[in-house]
Design a protein around this ligand. Structure first.
Ligand code: NAP
Ligand code: MG
Length: 480
């Protein structure tokens, strides 16, 4: 049902100057990789975007050596003020090339252009601006006088926010005086490679940031490399566990940002229209490929039916389709593997007795797609209430009292984020105080700001990114 038909409004791909092939970015220049190159594709239509080099152990070794040289010879000798100038320059270039970066991100990842354009890329610039400001003020960060960098940081990031996760890792590392070897995810290397061009444009000294593309083995080579002083990882809890084992017993510092299964708690006195928007944003933003997604809706029993009805009505208006179309709300699932996982967990949800409802939207013939989906009659023991689905699937549970809401919300191996919707400030504070989650949003969801620390409890990992706290992970002597 639609009163107004939208004409297609695709963003032009011509702003993006794609190369057919991308090498590894080591020591300030692109060079061939000695691993077997791979293709990156658009998940919206499975078309080939570019061929990308894969870094072997030897290539990772060269990248770490370049980072070490840059650390010893230039970056660690430079004043904080001068490092800050480079970071400001990178931030401004990200803004200048924002449209191109947004197109690259939506093309490679499948996320709607309105999200990459209005959320991802502006936050990337904000992260560099913010940490640029810290570079000459480390003495005032609360970590003692003259805090020292660690050295070479090895960083591995996932595919859900490819460029934003790069910014979260690279900006604080450089501000604190470290050099970097970073690996983007195999399915989303493109924006990191455009970012490498930005580093060249910014005249960043060679070797300060090295970008090595490849699969899990490349990530493992970075993690295990003996000359890496710090490992920072964002991704699945399973791989995070392997990394923790690999790093145990070495002097390397480690931060892990892993999965989540956040509770979004809606009390009967909540501003309901606002809450509906917040629930939708909480789980359907970025196709639900969000570690802090509000994937478990805990709704007070008295308003359950009303909330579910309103959600269905709202979801029926979302537009699923071409990620580059400016009117698209729901883009493509990032990969065939991820789609398979979402389908599998949804099937298990039905088998376990939950009731499935999916928005009735046309699914394109090619590419990887999953309609916005709600499960009701979900029990806390169901897999769909426990496992991270990492897709556009909401599990709805109910509660009667605030105490029950808190107990259910905390009944998870994860602890990354949570949301509370209520008109009553005292209730919000009382409940927030008892939730074991790193970030708690009140009457909003999925808000990010570079000055605000982000990170988890329990199986969601350890260490904080963002804010003054985010510097801790990249400074000597400071715990994290
Ligand atoms: P993942 O397998 O943990 O991958 C994250 C990053 O680690 C990627 O760059 C990956 O490379 C790399 N990697 C894989 N195996 C590695 C190893 N043994 N050592 C070092 N690096 C390794 O996560 P994913 O495949 O992207 O997603 C799977 C699940 O992880 C999702 O369903 C979701 O549950 C969770 N996830 C969480 C977040 C978050 O932000 N917390 C983000 C993404 C995914 P390749 O890409 O080349 O495999
Ligand atoms: Mg891709």
């Amino acid at each position: 049902m639609s009163f107004l038909e939208y004409a297609p409004a695709p963003e032009s791909r011509s702003v993006l100057h794609l190369r057919d092939e991308y090498g590894l970015f080591i020591d300030g220049e692109f060079r061939p990789g000695s691993g077997e190159s791979f293709a990156t594709i658009s998940p919206a239509d499975e078309s080939h975007i570019a061929t990308v080099a894969a870094a072997s152990d030897a290539d990772v070794d060269a990248a770490v050596a370049a980072a070490r040289r840059a650390y010893d010879r230039t970056w660690s000798r430079m004043s904080g003020r001068d490092r800050g100038k480079y970071l400001f320059r990178i931030a401004r270039l990200v803004q200048e090339r924002a449209r191109e970066l947004a197109v690259a991100e939506s093309l490679d990842n499948g996320k709607p252009i309105k999200e990459s354009r209005d959320v991802d890329v502006p936050l990337v610039a904000a992260w560099f601006f913010y940490y640029a400001g810290w570079a000459d003020k480390l003495d005032h960060a609360g970590y003692g006088a003259n805090p020292r960098a660690l050295g070479v940081a090895g960083q591995v990031i996932p595919w859900n926010f490819p460029l934003l996760m790069l910014a979260w890792k690279v900006a604080p590392a450089l501000a604190a005086g470290n050099t970097v070897v970073i690996k983007p995810a195999e399915t989303t290397p493109l924006s990191a490679l455009v970012f490498a061009e930005i580093l060249q444009q910014a005249d960043l000294p060679p070797g300060v940031v090295n970008i090595v593309t490849g699969a899990g083995a490349t990530g493992a080579a970075i993690v295990r490399h003996p000359d890496v002083d710090k490992v920072a990882f964002t991704g699945s809890t399973g791989v995070g566990r392997e990394i923790a084992k690999a790093v145990a017993g070495t002097p390397k510092k480690l931060t892990l940002e892993l999965g989540g299964k956040a509770a979004n708690i809606v009390f009967e006195d909540a501003p309901i229209d606002q809450a509906i928007e917040g629930i939708v944003n909480g789980i359907f933003f970025n196709q639900g490929h969000v570690c802090c997604a509000g994937s478990r809706l805990l709704v007070q029993e008295s308003i359950h039916d009303d909330v579910v009805d309103r959600l269905k009505t709202r979801l029926s208006t979302l537009r699923l389709g071409d990620p580059l179309d400016k009117n698209t709300d729901i883009g493509a699932i990032n990969s065939a593997e991820q789609l398979q996982r979402i389908r599998e967990l949804s099937r298990i949800g039905e088998d376990e007795g939950a009731e499935r409802w999916s928005a009735d939207c046309a699914i394109p013939d090619k590419g990887f797609w999953f309609p916005p989906t709600i499960f009701t009659n979900v029990q806390a023991s169901h897999r769909i209430a426990r496992d991270e689905i990492f897709g556009p699937v909401l599990s709805v549970l109910t509660f009667r009292t605030p105490a029950e809401a808190i107990e259910k919300a905390n009944n998870t191996p994860y602890g990354l984020s949570a949301g509370i919707w209520s008109d009553k400030g005292s209730r919000i504070l009382a409940v927030a105080d008892r939730l074991r989650a790193g970030v708690i949003w009140a009457n909003t969801f999925n808000r990010f700001d570079p000055s605000s620390p982000f990170g988890g409890y329990k199986e969601s990992g350890y260490g904080r990114e963002g804010g003054r706290h985010g510097l801790l992970a990249y400074l000597k002597g400071a715990a994290a």
